[in-house]
Design a binder for this molecule. Structure first.
Ligand code: HEC
Ligand code: HEC
Length: 343
């Protein structure tokens, strides 16, 4: 009799245990099979919103077209041999494949960042010394003339007529030049990468490996702590232990804690824009991933990274994910420039 009771208790316990495992196994099954392993809300957070325009510089076709002409016009910069596009070249993700054409205030080299999705940033330049895109362009025009010996030259008369028509004054002031170029730069948006198609519902747009890379990106590797949704940048400043003497954000804030902090880069189209980092010293995306796996070049207390010790497979998966952020290279037609004044 006692044996029978024991047997029944054993069977009930076994049955109970088996029942407990059912939801566990189902979760496991769905976790590997479902194309969206995180909630719909978390997925939606990565969708880019409409491009924000400030009230003082609304989206206007005529302003945008003027900005585009100015961007590609070498006559804007004093020695007249190259334009904005020389360092923010459309064919290489609006960045510079050659390292280090500009120096910071201490004479240290800085890499030209990509201008893709710059409209979504909230701080501009590696050290965030400008808070608006318009200000960044105005400051940049001044700095280009100071640090490199270029001068913002007088633009041809044909431009003055355009300025009069658009801004009500023929003065080609740097404020109006910056407004026009900012209006144009806000049109440089990439949101058609395989990753973007995947979050929009195309379940086949991402490979298994890239999906696992995404999970590492927002999970174990903690990349999204700084490269956050939706533009893969929190627009904030971090010290990631790069080998550099550049003070970064310290220059702007004068706060000691900001030494070696730089603004988080956005990552859409990232496979098109080597070399990487403000130093331009990481030549491939794999070199960047290995850098993060080791917790950065320098292990000083201000370094915010931790050592990840990623396996080779995990590194490849993150690489596949980063590559999936690359959309089409929208073809850009270089505009016709107004002809020069008669000599
Ligand atoms: C000689 C190379 C060079 C030229 C020419 C150049 N830039 Fe830059 N640009 C850079 C570098 C380098 C930086 C980063 C500087 C820094 O952070 O201190 C930069 C930064 C920027 C930024 C800030 C981007 C961000 O993500 O914060 C904008 C916007 C920009 N440039 C637009 C322009 C425009 C518009 C022109 C033409 C008027 C231009 N650039 C001409 C090299 C160049
Ligand atoms: C603590 C914040 C932080 C974390 C965590 C982080 N990043 Fe970054 N990332 C940055 C900052 C800041 C920069 C710009 C650094 C510089 O150039 O000085 C950057 C730059 C990059 C660049 C180069 C961008 C360019 O245009 O040159 C890539 C690629 C990148 N990160 C990928 C990753 C990946 C992948 C991970 C996770 C393994 C990761 N990041 C984790 C803050 C972070």
């Amino acid at each position: 009799m006692e044996n029978d009771v024991n047997l029944i208790i054993k069977r009930v316990t076994l049955l109970f245990a088996a029942l407990c495992f059912v939801p566990f196994f189902t979760t496991l099954l769905f976790a590997t099979e479902t194309p969206y392993p995180i909630s719909e809300q978390e997925i939606n957070a990565w969708r880019l919103t409409e491009v924000p325009y400030p009230e003082s510089n609304p989206n206007q076709k005529a302003v945008e077209e003027l900005g585009k002409q100015l961007f590609f016009d070498p006559r804007l910069i004093g020695d007249r041999t190259f334009s904005c596009a020389a360092c923010h070249f459309p064919g290489t993700g609006w960045s510079d494949p050659h390292p280090n054409k500009i120096k910071n205030t201490q004479g240290m080299d800085r890499q030209a960042p990509s201008l893709i999705n710059v409209a979504f940033q909230k701080a501009f330049f590696w050290d965030g010394r400008s808070k608006t895109l318009e200000d960044a362009i105005e400051v940049h025009l001044k700095e280009l003339s100071l640090t490199s010996g270029y001068k913002t030259s007088a633009l041809p008369q044909a431009y003055q007529q355009k300025f009069l028509h658009i801004f009500g004054t023929s003065s080609t002031s740097s404020t109006n030049i910056a407004k026009a170029i900012a209006n144009f730069l806000r049109t440089i948006v990439v949101q058609d990468s395989p990753f973007d198609r995947w979050i929009a519902g195309d379940t086949s747009a991402l490979s298994q490996s890239a999906r696992r890379g995404f999970l590492l990106f927002i999970g174990k590797a903690e990349c999204s702590k700084c490269h956050s949704a939706p533009n893969f940048s929190d627009s904030k400043f971090h010290n990631i232990g790069l080998n550099t003497l550049d003070p970064g954000r310290l220059d702007v804030s004068q706060k000691k804690v900001d030494k070696g902090r730089f603004r988080t880069s956005s990552l859409r189209q990232i496979s098109r824009t080597p070399p990487y980092m403000h130093t331009g010293t990481k030549n491939t995306l794999m070199a960047v991933i290995e850098f993060y796996s080791h917790g950065g070049d320098r292990h000083e207390p201000s370094n915010e990274l931790k050592v990840l010790n990623l396996t080779e497979q995990e590194e490849r998966e993150i690489l596949d994910f980063l590559t999936s952020l690359t959309g089409s290279n929208s073809s850009i037609v270089i505009p016709q420039m107004p002809i020069s004044n008669a000599p």
